[in-house]
Design a protein around this ligand. Structure first.
Ligand code: G3P
Ligand code: CA
Length: 244
Protein backbone atom coordinates (compact mmCIF):
# COMPACT_ATOMS: atom_id res chain seq x y z
CA UNK A 1 0.00 0.00 0.00
CA UNK A 2 1.33 3.45 -0.93
CA UNK A 3 1.81 6.04 1.83
CA UNK A 4 -1.01 8.52 2.35
CA UNK A 5 0.07 12.03 1.35
CA UNK A 6 -0.22 14.51 4.24
CA UNK A 7 0.01 18.21 3.38
CA UNK A 8 2.52 19.72 5.80
CA UNK A 9 1.22 23.15 6.95
CA UNK A 10 -0.97 22.90 3.81
CA UNK A 11 0.64 22.87 0.37
CA UNK A 12 3.29 25.08 1.94
CA UNK A 13 5.79 24.82 -0.92
CA UNK A 14 3.39 26.85 -3.06
CA UNK A 15 1.25 28.90 -0.65
CA UNK A 16 1.88 30.65 2.63
CA UNK A 17 1.98 28.02 5.39
CA UNK A 18 -1.00 27.54 7.70
CA UNK A 19 -3.32 29.69 5.58
CA UNK A 20 -6.67 28.67 4.18
CA UNK A 21 -5.14 29.13 0.73
CA UNK A 22 -2.45 26.57 1.56
CA UNK A 23 -5.01 24.03 2.76
CA UNK A 24 -7.37 24.65 -0.18
CA UNK A 25 -4.43 24.13 -2.53
CA UNK A 26 -3.43 20.95 -0.72
CA UNK A 27 -6.90 19.53 -1.18
CA UNK A 28 -6.92 20.61 -4.85
CA UNK A 29 -3.56 18.84 -5.27
CA UNK A 30 -5.08 15.60 -4.00
CA UNK A 31 -3.62 15.46 -0.49
CA UNK A 32 -5.09 12.59 1.51
CA UNK A 33 -4.75 14.43 4.82
CA UNK A 34 -3.64 17.74 6.35
CA UNK A 35 -1.08 18.64 9.02
CA UNK A 36 -0.96 21.71 11.26
CA UNK A 37 0.86 23.00 14.32
CA UNK A 38 -1.06 24.57 17.18
CA UNK A 39 -0.16 27.18 19.75
CA UNK A 40 -2.17 28.99 22.38
CA UNK A 41 -2.82 32.74 22.24
CA UNK A 42 -2.66 34.96 25.31
CA UNK A 43 -6.44 34.77 25.59
CA UNK A 44 -6.64 30.99 25.25
CA UNK A 45 -7.39 30.30 21.58
CA UNK A 46 -5.70 27.54 19.60
CA UNK A 47 -4.17 28.92 16.42
CA UNK A 48 -2.27 27.25 13.59
CA UNK A 49 1.24 28.67 13.85
CA UNK A 50 4.55 26.82 13.78
CA UNK A 51 7.05 29.26 15.26
CA UNK A 52 7.06 30.70 18.77
CA UNK A 53 7.10 34.15 17.16
CA UNK A 54 5.11 35.59 14.24
CA UNK A 55 8.15 37.30 12.69
CA UNK A 56 8.88 34.78 9.90
CA UNK A 57 5.33 34.30 8.67
CA UNK A 58 3.66 37.70 9.10
CA UNK A 59 4.21 41.41 8.52
CA UNK A 60 4.72 41.93 12.26
CA UNK A 61 6.82 40.83 15.22
CA UNK A 62 6.01 39.23 18.54
CA UNK A 63 5.52 36.04 20.52
CA UNK A 64 2.28 34.18 19.78
CA UNK A 65 1.56 33.41 23.44
CA UNK A 66 1.74 37.11 24.35
CA UNK A 67 -0.68 38.17 21.60
CA UNK A 68 -4.48 37.92 21.64
CA UNK A 69 -6.58 36.36 18.91
CA UNK A 70 -7.65 39.89 17.96
CA UNK A 71 -3.98 40.92 17.65
CA UNK A 72 -3.25 37.93 15.42
CA UNK A 73 -6.39 38.52 13.37
CA UNK A 74 -4.99 41.84 12.11
CA UNK A 75 -1.73 40.46 10.70
CA UNK A 76 -0.88 39.57 7.11
CA UNK A 77 0.15 35.92 6.69
CA UNK A 78 1.72 36.02 3.23
CA UNK A 79 -1.29 37.65 1.58
CA UNK A 80 -4.04 36.34 3.84
CA UNK A 81 -5.26 38.58 6.64
CA UNK A 82 -5.98 36.88 9.93
CA UNK A 83 -4.54 33.89 11.70
CA UNK A 84 -6.04 30.49 10.93
CA UNK A 85 -7.69 29.10 14.04
CA UNK A 86 -7.77 25.38 14.71
CA UNK A 87 -11.54 25.72 14.97
CA UNK A 88 -11.71 26.95 11.35
CA UNK A 89 -9.29 24.31 10.08
CA UNK A 90 -11.28 21.54 11.76
CA UNK A 91 -14.34 22.87 9.90
CA UNK A 92 -12.50 22.80 6.57
CA UNK A 93 -11.17 19.28 7.17
CA UNK A 94 -14.62 18.06 8.16
CA UNK A 95 -16.22 19.63 5.07
CA UNK A 96 -13.75 17.77 2.85
CA UNK A 97 -13.71 14.51 4.80
CA UNK A 98 -9.99 14.98 5.24
CA UNK A 99 -8.01 13.65 8.20
CA UNK A 100 -6.16 16.29 10.23
CA UNK A 101 -2.84 15.57 11.97
CA UNK A 102 -2.55 18.15 14.75
CA UNK A 103 0.86 18.80 16.31
CA UNK A 104 0.93 20.54 19.68
CA UNK A 105 3.80 22.94 20.33
CA UNK A 106 5.17 24.45 23.58
CA UNK A 107 3.71 21.76 25.92
CA UNK A 108 5.48 22.91 29.07
CA UNK A 109 4.67 26.62 29.08
CA UNK A 110 0.97 26.24 29.97
CA UNK A 111 1.11 23.14 32.17
CA UNK A 112 -1.35 21.10 30.14
CA UNK A 113 -3.67 23.88 29.03
CA UNK A 114 -2.91 23.33 25.32
CA UNK A 115 -3.92 19.68 25.53
CA UNK A 116 -6.98 20.44 27.69
CA UNK A 117 -8.16 23.14 25.28
CA UNK A 118 -7.44 20.87 22.31
CA UNK A 119 -9.49 17.97 23.64
CA UNK A 120 -12.34 20.35 24.59
CA UNK A 121 -12.36 21.84 21.08
CA UNK A 122 -12.31 18.38 19.50
CA UNK A 123 -15.20 17.37 21.76
CA UNK A 124 -17.19 20.41 20.56
CA UNK A 125 -16.63 19.19 17.00
CA UNK A 126 -17.63 15.65 17.99
CA UNK A 127 -14.12 14.40 17.24
CA UNK A 128 -12.72 13.49 20.66
CA UNK A 129 -14.19 10.01 20.84
CA UNK A 130 -13.89 8.31 17.44
CA UNK A 131 -15.56 4.92 17.12
CA UNK A 132 -12.32 3.39 15.80
CA UNK A 133 -8.82 4.85 15.96
CA UNK A 134 -8.11 3.66 12.42
CA UNK A 135 -10.92 5.87 11.08
CA UNK A 136 -10.44 8.86 13.38
CA UNK A 137 -10.70 12.19 11.50
CA UNK A 138 -8.08 13.61 13.88
CA UNK A 139 -4.67 12.36 15.00
CA UNK A 140 -2.74 14.25 17.69
CA UNK A 141 1.06 14.39 17.56
CA UNK A 142 3.91 15.90 19.53
CA UNK A 143 7.64 15.68 20.08
CA UNK A 144 6.80 16.00 23.76
CA UNK A 145 6.14 12.75 25.61
CA UNK A 146 4.36 14.83 28.22
CA UNK A 147 1.95 16.26 25.65
CA UNK A 148 1.17 12.86 24.12
CA UNK A 149 0.58 11.36 27.56
CA UNK A 150 -1.76 14.19 28.49
CA UNK A 151 -3.81 13.72 25.32
CA UNK A 152 -4.02 9.98 25.93
CA UNK A 153 -5.21 10.58 29.50
CA UNK A 154 -7.82 13.17 28.47
CA UNK A 155 -9.10 11.39 25.35
CA UNK A 156 -8.08 7.71 25.36
CA UNK A 157 -9.82 6.96 22.05
CA UNK A 158 -7.87 9.56 20.05
CA UNK A 159 -4.97 8.16 18.04
CA UNK A 160 -1.56 9.61 18.95
CA UNK A 161 1.78 9.86 17.17
CA UNK A 162 5.03 10.38 19.06
CA UNK A 163 7.30 12.50 16.84
CA UNK A 164 10.99 11.70 17.07
CA UNK A 165 14.25 12.85 15.54
CA UNK A 166 16.15 9.90 16.98
CA UNK A 167 15.26 6.56 18.52
CA UNK A 168 16.08 6.47 22.19
CA UNK A 169 17.04 3.00 23.47
CA UNK A 170 13.57 1.82 24.47
CA UNK A 171 12.15 2.67 21.03
CA UNK A 172 14.82 1.01 18.89
CA UNK A 173 13.21 -2.43 18.72
CA UNK A 174 9.98 -0.91 17.35
CA UNK A 175 8.00 -0.94 20.60
CA UNK A 176 6.24 2.14 21.96
CA UNK A 177 4.96 3.26 25.35
CA UNK A 178 1.26 2.41 25.85
CA UNK A 179 0.16 6.06 25.41
CA UNK A 180 1.42 6.32 21.81
CA UNK A 181 -0.15 4.49 18.89
CA UNK A 182 2.40 5.29 16.21
CA UNK A 183 5.77 6.98 15.72
CA UNK A 184 6.68 9.96 13.57
CA UNK A 185 10.36 9.81 12.61
CA UNK A 186 11.97 12.50 10.52
CA UNK A 187 13.19 11.44 7.09
CA UNK A 188 16.80 11.71 8.28
CA UNK A 189 16.18 8.96 10.82
CA UNK A 190 14.68 6.63 8.19
CA UNK A 191 17.55 7.25 5.78
CA UNK A 192 19.89 6.00 8.52
CA UNK A 193 17.64 3.21 9.74
CA UNK A 194 15.07 2.23 7.07
CA UNK A 195 14.37 -1.10 8.81
CA UNK A 196 12.77 0.78 11.70
CA UNK A 197 9.44 0.87 9.84
CA UNK A 198 9.31 -2.93 9.69
CA UNK A 199 10.30 -3.26 13.35
CA UNK A 200 7.52 -0.88 14.35
CA UNK A 201 5.04 -2.73 12.12
CA UNK A 202 5.98 -6.01 13.83
CA UNK A 203 4.67 -4.42 17.02
CA UNK A 204 1.52 -3.09 15.38
CA UNK A 205 2.64 0.52 14.94
CA UNK A 206 2.43 2.49 11.70
CA UNK A 207 4.94 5.18 10.76
CA UNK A 208 4.35 8.85 9.93
CA UNK A 209 7.43 10.36 8.26
CA UNK A 210 8.17 14.08 7.93
CA UNK A 211 9.03 16.17 5.94
CA UNK A 212 9.47 14.39 2.64
CA UNK A 213 9.88 16.47 -0.52
CA UNK A 214 12.81 14.89 -2.38
CA UNK A 215 11.82 12.18 -4.93
CA UNK A 216 14.41 9.71 -3.60
CA UNK A 217 13.01 10.15 -0.10
CA UNK A 218 9.43 9.72 -1.31
CA UNK A 219 10.40 6.42 -2.97
CA UNK A 220 12.32 5.30 0.11
CA UNK A 221 9.20 5.87 2.22
CA UNK A 222 7.05 3.96 -0.28
CA UNK A 223 9.49 1.05 -0.45
CA UNK A 224 9.86 0.57 3.30
CA UNK A 225 6.14 0.80 4.10
CA UNK A 226 5.68 4.24 5.65
CA UNK A 227 1.92 4.74 6.23
CA UNK A 228 1.76 8.57 6.22
CA UNK A 229 4.15 10.88 4.46
CA UNK A 230 4.13 14.59 5.33
CA UNK A 231 5.16 16.80 2.42
CA UNK A 232 5.14 20.50 1.54
CA UNK A 233 4.31 19.65 -2.09
CA UNK A 234 1.42 17.16 -2.28
CA UNK A 235 1.01 17.19 -6.08
CA UNK A 236 4.70 16.59 -6.81
CA UNK A 237 4.86 13.88 -4.14
CA UNK A 238 1.80 12.17 -5.54
CA UNK A 239 3.35 12.30 -9.03
CA UNK A 240 6.52 10.60 -7.73
CA UNK A 241 4.43 7.90 -6.03
CA UNK A 242 2.40 7.40 -9.21
CA UNK A 243 5.52 7.05 -11.38
CA UNK A 244 7.33 4.73 -8.95
O1 G3P B 1 4.70 16.66 10.75
C1 G3P B 1 5.66 16.73 11.77
C2 G3P B 1 6.59 17.85 11.49
O2 G3P B 1 5.81 18.95 11.13
C3 G3P B 1 7.46 18.17 12.64
O3 G3P B 1 8.32 19.24 12.42
O4 G3P B 1 9.05 21.54 12.85
O5 G3P B 1 7.72 21.03 10.81
O6 G3P B 1 6.64 20.99 13.04
P1 G3P B 1 7.90 20.78 12.29
CA1 CA C 1 4.47 20.30 12.49
Amino acid sequence: MQPAVVAHRGASAHAAEHTLAAYDLALAQGADALECDVRLTRDGHLVCVHDRRVDRTTNSRGVVSTLSLADLAMLDYGGEIGVLTLDALLGLAKDHGSRLFIETKHPVRYGGLVETKLVALLARHGLAEPAAKEDSPVVVMSFSTLAVRRVRAAAPRLPTVLLVTQLWPTLRDGTLPPWADHTGPGIGLLRRDPDYVARAADHGHATYCWTVDEPDDVMLCANIGVRWLATNAPAATRAVLGAG
